[in-house]
Design a protein around this ligand. Structure first.
Ligand SMILES: [Zn+2]
Length: 317
């Protein structure tokens, strides 16, 4: 692997232009802040690839301007059973570090990195896992650990360590960025728990398509029910639909939800068979586009909390 290999003719031209421009101001830039320095050397920054968009946003918060962070899967992609393209493999072979969630989230990842000579780090390392209780996945850890901002603080620590190893000169910046972001995570966590605490005892059931909310439900004291455990086949069985319908009826659940990366058709069947309304789309496995409702991870958590509260308390917009 050659880290200095330019990635495209465009980037060479851009680098040369920036180099020329920065040479003129080099004396001024010598003691400037990290921001402008990183801009001038945009294409020379180490490249960090993440497996999905949520991790990319978290990583960018830790990296600041010092690293170039990109996601392998795009916004809206199904990330569990994703099939990497030759372009993904090429891109990964030129990266300096790859971050994956682990806990069997990315079923495709083992094979993907097998032939690559690029270090990778599992960012969920150290998280206290919750097991999946149903389906073929019963007993395996639920991989959606980022749905608890408390867990994401551990992700951040792992990223600070990995980035500091990759780029030791900026270790103190990664540390400071990590601490600042962890404070934001804690405040979003506190908001989430406080907001969801208003739900009355008989309306504390969270019914979703995928069983991706175990950590959030644990943190907020909600009971979780889902149609399928993990978005692998994305095809609900009649038994799974029936089970969700029975749960909604038995618990008088006022609203049910589905996630942005899968079809909500199975949940609409539950809506038709019960008194529940469709409460809205929740985000878990992907951010939205920049102009959508959840361009960042913190937006994702805030958005989901609001959608859940509004729908379960009948304040749907
Ligand atoms: Zn998922």
């Amino acid at each position: 692997m050659n880290r200095s290999t330019p990635r495209s003719p465009g980037s060479i031209r851009r680098s040369l232009a920036l180099l020329a421009a920065s040479a003129l101001t080099i004396s001024l830039a010598a003691c400037s802040s990290a921001g402008s320095g990183a801009d001038a050397a945009a294409d020379e920054r180490p490249v960090v690839l993440t497996t999905f968009t949520v991790l990319a946003d978290i990583a960018e918060n830790v990296a600041g301007d010092h690293l170039r962070v990109e996601s392998i899967t795009k916004v809206g992609a199904e990330i569990h059973g994703y099939e990497p393209t030759p372009g993904d493999i090429r891109k990964a072979s030129e990266a300096d570090l790859i971050l994956d969630n682990g806990m069997n989230l990315e079923a495709w990842f083992g094979q993907f990195v097998e032939g690559l000579d690029v270090p990778h780090v599992v960012v969920s390392e150290g998280v206290e896992t919750m097991d999946i209780s149903e389906d073929a996945y019963a007993g395996l850890p639920n991989p959606h650990a980022w749905m608890s901002p408390v867990n994401v603080q551990i992700y951040v620590d792992n990223m600070v360590e990995a980035f500091s190893e990759l780029d030791p000169e900026n270790a103190s910046a990664f540390e400071a960025n990590g601490e600042a972001y962890k404070a934001e995570l804690q405040s979003v966590q506190d908001e989430l728990v406080e907001e969801l605490s208003v739900l009355p005892a008989n309306q504390r059931a969270l019914v979703t398509c995928e069983g991706a909310f175990s950590y959030l439900a644990r943190d907020a004291g909600l009971t979780e029910k889902y149609i399928w455990a993990v978005n692998a086949e994305q095809q609900a069985t009649p038994q799974q639909i029936t089970s969700a319908i029975e749960f909604v009826r038995a618990n008088d659940v006022p609203a049910v939800f589905c996630e942005s990366t899968v079809s909500d058709a199975p949940m609409q069947q539950v809506v038709e068979a019960t008194d529940a309304v469709f409460g809205g789309t929740l985000y878990v496995d992907s951010l939205s586009e920049a102009d959508g409702p959840v361009p960042t991870y913190l937006d994702l958590i805030r958005h989901d909390a609001t959608v859940i509260i509004d729908a379960l308390t009948g304040q749907q917009s």
